[in-house]
Design a protein around this ligand. Structure first.
Ligand SMILES: [Zn+2]
Length: 158
């Protein structure tokens, strides 16, 4: 598991010259490991958001595979009743053809924080996670969800 920071608005954002490895460890990206490895990094990354440096505004984006992103936002995982990071669709709705799907509300960092507070206040029983839209942990990051991306090589089955 590694966490990197890249400068994205350059010709070669993945170049070693534009990539800084923030941490790396041998192990899974479980919630407990992430709490140790990235929690403080993400607070610092959040603090950078909006800063002006040499006339450039810093905008923080978050990228990673889907399972990692769900964990970063404290959601119980893709097998939960509400598997989507960006909205409150259920698995049953998500499998319908698009024109038959009802409107579902979007998620936001604020709704995730609110549902997690309610989940914790109710006793944090994982059997009740579905009543709180699977928001079982406080997010490690507060990057707005419209700035969270899955790299194409992770999201495309082709
Ligand atoms: Zn969705």
């Amino acid at each position: 598991m590694k966490t990197v920071m890249e400068i994205c608005n350059v010709d070669h954002p993945n170049s070693v010259d534009n990539t800084i490895i923030l941490n790396m460890y041998e192990g899974h990206d479980s919630h407990n490991n992430l709490a140790i490895a990235v929690k403080e990094l993400m607070v610092q990354a959040g603090d950078l958001d909006g800063w002006i440096w040499r006339g450039y505004k810093i905008i923080v984006y978050l990228m990673g595979d889907y399972d990692y992103l769900l964990k970063m936002y404290g959601l119980s995982g893709a097998n939960g009743l509400y598997p989507c990071l960006w909205c409150l669709t259920t698995k049953a709705i998500a499998t319908q053809v698009p024109e038959d799907r009802p409107h579902v509300n979007p998620r936001s960092v604020e709704t995730i924080l609110d549902e997690n507070r309610k989940f914790v206040a109710s006793g944090s029983n994982l059997k009740n996670a579905k009543f709180y839209y699977n928001c079982i942990h406080r997010p490690f990051v507060e990057v707005p969800l419209d700035r969270v991306w899955i790299p194409l090589n992770y999201s495309s089955p082709i």
